[in-house]
Write a protein that binds this ligand. Structure first.
Ligand SMILES: [Zn+2]
Length: 213
C-alpha cells in the first residue's frame, strides 16, 4: 500500500487513525458524562408513569364519590404526566438509552380528599422541591440542554399541579356534581384553568392546549 504524505510529512493513514481515535475518545467521554442524567431521565420516566396511573385511579374514585370536578383535575394531571413521559422517552432515545418498565408502583386509592392530599404532597411537592431540582443541576453540569429543558417543564408543571390539588382540597364541596374544564399544554405538560393565548410555561400558542373535562 502506498502511503500518501501531506505537507507535514505525516502519512494520511496515520492522520486518519488519529482522527478515529479522537472521535472514539470524544464519544466515550460524552457517554460517561451523560450517564447520570440518562439514569435520571429513566427514573423520571418511571415516576411520571406511576403518577399517571395513580391520577387515573384517583379520577375513577372521584367520579364514584360524585366529585366530578376533582375527577376532571386528576384526568388533566394524568395527561400532563403523559406529555412528560413522552418527552423523557424522546430524550432518552436521543442519548442512546432505553426506557425501563412503565409502571412500577400501584397507587393506593383512598378517599378523594386523601387522594388530593397525596397527589399534592407526595407527588407534586416531592418532584417540585426534591427530585427535579437535583436532576436539573446534574443535567446542567453534563450540558444536556434537552434534559434540562424537560426537567424544568416538569418542575413548573408540578408546581402548578400542587396549587390546583390544594385548591381542590379546600373547595372540594364545590367540585361535587360539576365538571371543570382544564387545559393541558401538549408541548410542556402545563395544566391551566384557562386557555390563555400562550402557555405561561413554554410559550406555545393556544392551539397547543388540549381540553380535559
Ligand atoms: Zn406549554
Amino acid at each position: 500500500m502506498k502511503a500518501h504524505f501531506n505537507r507535514l510529512g505525516i502519512p494520511s493513514v496515520l492522520l486518519l487513525a488519529g482522527a478515529i481515535l479522537a472521535t472514539g475518545a470524544a464519544s466515550l467521554a460524552s457517554q460517561g458524562q451523560s450517564g447520570k442524567t440518562l439514569r435520571d431521565l429513566q427514573r423520571a420516566y418511571v415516576e411520571t408513569n406511576n403518577n399517571r396511573a395513580a391520577f387515573t385511579a384517583y379520577a375513577q374514585q372521584a367520579d364514584k364519590e360524585g366529585y366530578t370536578g376533582a375527577a376532571s383535575l386528576f384526568r388533566a394531571a394524568a395527561l400532563s404526566e403523559e406529555v412528560h413521559a413522552k418527552a423523557y422517552k424522546r430524550v432518552i432515545g436521543a442519548l442512546g438509552g432505553k426506557v425501563q418498565a412503565g409502571i412500577t408502583k400501584q397507587a393506593r386509592v383512598r378517599s378523594t380528599y386523601r387522594n388530593l392530599e397525596a397527589a399534592a404532597n407526595l407527588d407534586a411537592a416531592y418532584t417540585r422541591d426534591i427530585l427535579y431540582p437535583k436532576f436539573i443541576k446534574q443535567a446542567e453540569k453534563e450540558q444536556i440542554p434537552d434534559a434540562v429543558k424537560e426537567f424544568k417543564f416538569a418542575k413548573e408543571g408540578d408546581a402548578q399541579l400542587f396549587v390546583l390539588f390544594h385548591d381542590a382540597m379546600v373547595n372540594l364541596n364545590s367540585l361535587r356534581d360539576s365538571k371543570v374544564t382544564y387545559y393541558v399544554c401538549t408541548v410542556c405538560g402545563y395544566t391551566s384553568e384557562t386557555s390563555e393565548a400562550e402557555c405561561p410555561d413554554c410559550g406555545a400558542g393556544a392551539e397547543s392546549y388540549r381540553e380535559v373535562r
